[in-house]
Design a protein around this ligand. Structure first.
Ligand SMILES: *Cc1c(COP(=O)(O)O)cnc(C)c1O
Length: 435
């Protein structure tokens, strides 16, 4: 049996009372608010390896990993050392540094899909800039997106956009978006080739880009059929539409060059974020030379950033990506993830629970829809009672997940088999308790 701590939450509760007076909902990003689970969010004091500690000194195995960036776990010694070393020379200059070259070289030398890259400070900023570039390059205005894919809080992308919105809203489209923006966004169901063909047949010569999470992981884990992605590639080529892979979550996660590498599909324009910054705020977009030639100051598509390519953030990215580039890194990640997922799934199956961990690479998602392959947002059972219960049962057993049933879990290199054995046991006991 895993020891159940009756979770002390007094300090977190006190901090939350305060934070509610400072920030909307008491948080600086909505999914942190524990709205769909229960109680005050845990205020985290520190992290090390695969563990985090909250302000009440509860210790957890962390499967949130800052929502994905921390593929090496918390405080990886090389990332830590590189950040500290770099910081000794100052934190920001607003002028080029060699660190930007180094990170770009590390990425571009291994990535066959893009010739040039531009660093920004978040995934949202990367998507916003790359959409502008798609429009500038194609001289077309509309953007095709897929229901349930999240592309950051870019105005025109907050239409049917995944976890944050479905977790809180009655609507999956944000308020505050002008109808004229919404009109430029076409939304098609995932994994639906007929709907895609129809949309492109009707609007093809108005569509600048088709943006997709090639591994949709912000609204459950909606693994697509390869044929669907291949058909999307083909239709984009035939209709002069840029195929836009938003790899903010999948980039450097399922393979060094993301889902494009894993699936062998070449996108025209790509965005990265999360892992790329080693835990500091970095995003990036990239494309072939002739597309990137349109970006200012070479071309007429404007995009800039006071803290873009920030040296400390670049240093963290360099240290992290250097580890990921080592042979066998992704095989090892996947092997340990499968090991964990199989332990939990075997137990759920033997007990006849309608529960399964769905997985790819080092990502997993808790599906309460049994064995069914869920490939579209609308197929997920919206009743999140099961998730709420298991989330709390896991917290009491020292396991922390992102607090929403639409979010995925992440495994880092710090999640050793020994730790994963412990976590799997906690999952099995939590399942026994709730079923
Ligand atoms: C997280 C995410 C974003 C937004 O990135 P931020 O850094 O949170 O702005 C965009 N697209 C995808 C696919 C993401 O997973």
């Amino acid at each position: 049996m895993i020891a159940k701590n009756t979770l002390k939450r007094t300090v977190s509760e006190g901090l939350f009372e305060k934070s509610k007076t400072y920030f909307p909902g008491g948080v600086n990003s909505p999914v942190r608010a524990f709205k769909s689970v229960e109680g005050a969010p845990l205020f985290i004091k520190k992290g090390d390896g695969c563990h985090i500690w909250d302000e009440d000194d509860n210790k957890f195995i962390d499967f949130c990993c800052s929502w994905g960036p921390l593929i090496l776990g918390h405080n990886h010694p090389n990332v830590y050392a590189k950040i500290v070393e770099t910081l000794q020379n100052g934190s920001s200059f607003g002028a080029p540094t060699r660190l930007e070259n180094e990170l770009a070289e590390l990425i571009l030398s291994k990535n066959p899909f893009i010739d040039k890259i531009r660093f920004v400070s978040s995934g949202t900023e990367a998507v916003m800039s790359a959409i502008r570039l798609s429009r500038g390059y194609t001289k077309k205005n509309k953007v095709l997106k897929f229901e349930g894919c999240y592309h950051g809080h870019v105005d025109s992308m907050l239409v049917k956009a995944g976890s944050g919105l479905v977790t809180f809203g009655t609507s999956s489209t944000s308020e505050g978006i002008p109808q004229s923006y919404i009109d430029e966004t076409l939304v098609v169901e995932l994994n639906d080739i007929d709907a895609l063909r129809k949309c492109i047949a009707e609007y093809g010569d108005e569509i600048a880009c088709a943006i997709i999470e090639p591994i949709p992981a912000n609204n459950g884990l909606l693994l697509q059929e390869l044929t669907f992605l291949q058909e999307l590639r083909k239709l984009c080529t035939e209709n002069n539409i840029l195929l836009f892979f938003d790899e903010v979550i999948s980039g450097f996660r399922v393979a060094f060059s993301g889902a494009a590498e894993l699936y062998g599909i070449t996108p025209d324009i790509v965005t990265y974020g999360k892992i790329i910054g080693g835990g500091l705020p970095v995003g990036a977009y990239g494309a072939r030379k002739e597309i990137m030639a349109h970006v200012s100051p070479d071309g007429g598509v404007y995009q800039a950033g006071t803290l873009s390519g920030n040296p400390v953030a670049m240093a963290a990215g360099i240290a992290q990506l250097t580890e990921l580039a080592k042979p066998g890194f992704y095989e090892d990640q996947e092997e340990r993830t499968k090991y964990f997922v199989n332990l939990v799934n075997a137990h759920a199956k033997s007990q006849g629970y309608n529960f399964e961990l769905v997985t790819i690479g080092s990502i997993f998602w808790l599906s309460f829809d049994g064995k069914k392959h869920i490939r579209r947002a609308g197929e997920i059972n919206p009743d999140m009672t099961g998730f709420r219960k298991i989330f709390l049962a896991l917290l009491e057993r020292g396991v922390y997940l992102g607090p929403s049933g639409y979010e995925v879990g992440f495994i880092s290199i710090a999640h050793t088999k020994e730790i994963l054995d412990q976590a799997a046991q906690a999952f099995c006991e939590a399942l026994d308790e709730i079923y």
